[in-house]
Design a protein around this ligand. Structure first.
Ligand SMILES: [Zn+2]
Length: 225
């Protein structure tokens, strides 16, 4: 079901009002064998993940590359978990923004339905409509929504799975790996990984750039750290 040569397979719909780890029965793509530690440049150094950006949808996406760069470099983000995300022109991983029909093709066999985003193999595909307008139910700012979208989908690229429930106590920040586009369940909208999400990610025990894995579930949660 690969759509283009660059696409491996797998990942997740991200900003999803749902879907994400979809419901297709397509034959799974080859399992990724790249575990995070294997990309470490030094034994005790950060795990280096190289990413490039692509603006396939041009309308209303000015500044996309800079926002992605700033979000991934932000000290409130995944860098706290020992990941150094470098933006390079020839990186094997890509964070792109595209119109819904193109995202659907890229994310197949995930069902992104023209609305959702996904991570599949080395590709993070963000839905341009969501980038431009967030969702009707998003209680934060558009800037925060975009940061959440980038951190959620890149979180999948780093091997992170969905968090549930949205938060441990009503009114506290939602986990960034919770599907906040579908609502925040009485939690506060939050674009940044929570301390427990950082602690789980810092274990570096999940393959990066995972392929299509519709049944993937988190093996580390707030009670495990
Ligand atoms: Zn997701």
């Amino acid at each position: 079901m690969a759509v283009a040569a660059v696409l491996a397979a797998a990942g997740c719909g991200g900003d999803g009002d749902v879907i994400e780890r979809a419901e297709t029965t397509t034959t799974p793509a080859p399992t990724s064998t790249t575990v995070a530690e294997t990309t470490t440049s030094e034994p005790d150094g950060p795990v280096v993940i190289e990413v490039r950006t692509e603006r396939r949808a041009t309308e209303g996406t000015d500044g996309f590359a800079q926002i992605v760069r700033d979000t991934l470099a932000d000290p409130r983000g995944w860098s706290q978990a020992g990941f150094e995300i470098r933006i390079t022109d020839d990186a094997p991983n890509v964070v792109l923004v595209a119109e819904g029909d193109e995202v659907d093709a890229i994310c197949d066999p995930y069902d992104t339905g023209g609305r959702f985003s996904c991570q599949i193999g080395p590709v993070v595909a963000l839905n341009a409509d969501r980038w431009r307008e967030a969702t009707d139910t998003w209680p934060g700012t558009l800037e925060e929504y975009r940061q959440m979208l980038v951190n959620h989908e890149v979180g999948h690229l780093l091997g992170r799975h969905h968090a549930r429930p949205a938060c441990q106590e009503r009114g506290t920040p939602a986990a960034v790996m919770y599907q906040q586009s579908a609502g925040v369940e009485g939690c506060a909208p939050n674009p940044w990984p929570l301390p427990w999400e950082i602690a789980c990610a810092a274990r570096h025990d999940e393959p990066v750039a995972p392929p299509y894995e519709p049944d993937a579930t988190a093996t580390c949660g707030p009670d495990d750290v």
